[in-house]
Design a protein around this ligand. Structure first.
Ligand code: ZN
Length: 213
């Protein structure tokens, strides 16, 4: 038995219900949100020293050894190995890789629909996910690009009516000028049905607006 194994904290009282696929928040050295990873990857990063764990209540920072020694908090999920109980880190802090936090929303049809709140940008109708289309304001056949400023959410009726004409030629107008959406931590949260409650404390420290867009 190695030294780490002998120094684990007391055994937790409750059985763990943890899945290694659960999400863990990843911050860089400046405590800026980088991404979300899995518990399995977070534990791997913690073990190899690529990241430290941040305690969700007191914000104390722990390497693998000190995280093990501090034990498992009551009611918290943990992972069991033959000799250790490891509380799952809900937030980790990268130690080496100075990755710039992602502050951009990548272009996709889905992100265009989300930006427009699934509302047809010509008639204003709210369109179901199955019936929404993406319209190129200046049609691709006329050199229109697939970009944030040339693509909008559109219902099938307006799309058929407009065809490859410009809005002006078709006598249609846009509800608003389309642009690139502003990144916010909420966009990341939307992807997770049940993010850890502790994340919100960290989001409170994060800028909700990018430094530059
Ligand atoms: Zn429409």
């Amino acid at each position: 038995m190695n030294q780490t194994a002998r120094e684990h904290g007391p055994a937790p009282k409750e059985p763990s219900t943890c899945s290694l696929d659960e999400p863990t928040l990843v911050l860089n050295r400046w405590w800026l949100l980088v991404s979300v990873t899995t518990v399995a990857d977070a534990l791997c990063k913690l073990y190899t020293g690529a990241a430290n764990a941040i305690h969700q209540d007191d914000f104390s920072i722990h390497d693998f050894h000190s995280w093990i020694v501090r034990g498992v908090d009551s009611g918290r999920k943990y992972v069991r190995t033959p000799s250790l109980w490891i509380q799952i880190p809900e937030v980790i802090l990268l130690t080496h890789f100075e990755q710039e936090p992602r502050r951009e929303v990548s272009f996709s049809r889905t992100q265009v629909f989300r930006r427009d709140h699934y509302q047809c940008q010509y008639c204003g109708r709210n369109v179901g996910r199955g019936n929404i289309t993406m319209d190129h304001i200046l049609a691709r056949s006329r050199g229109g690009k697939t970009t944030w400023t040339n693509c909008v959410s559109c219902c099938t009726i307006c799309n058929a009516r407009k065809g490859s004409r410009t809005p002006k030629e078709a006598g249609m107008s846009l509800l608003k000028d389309p642009g690139k959406p502003v990144w916010s931590p909420d966009l990341l949260l939307q992807r997770y049905q049940a993010p850890h409650e502790s994340w919100r404390k960290f989001f409170a420290h994060l800028p909700s607006r990018p430094h530059h867009s």
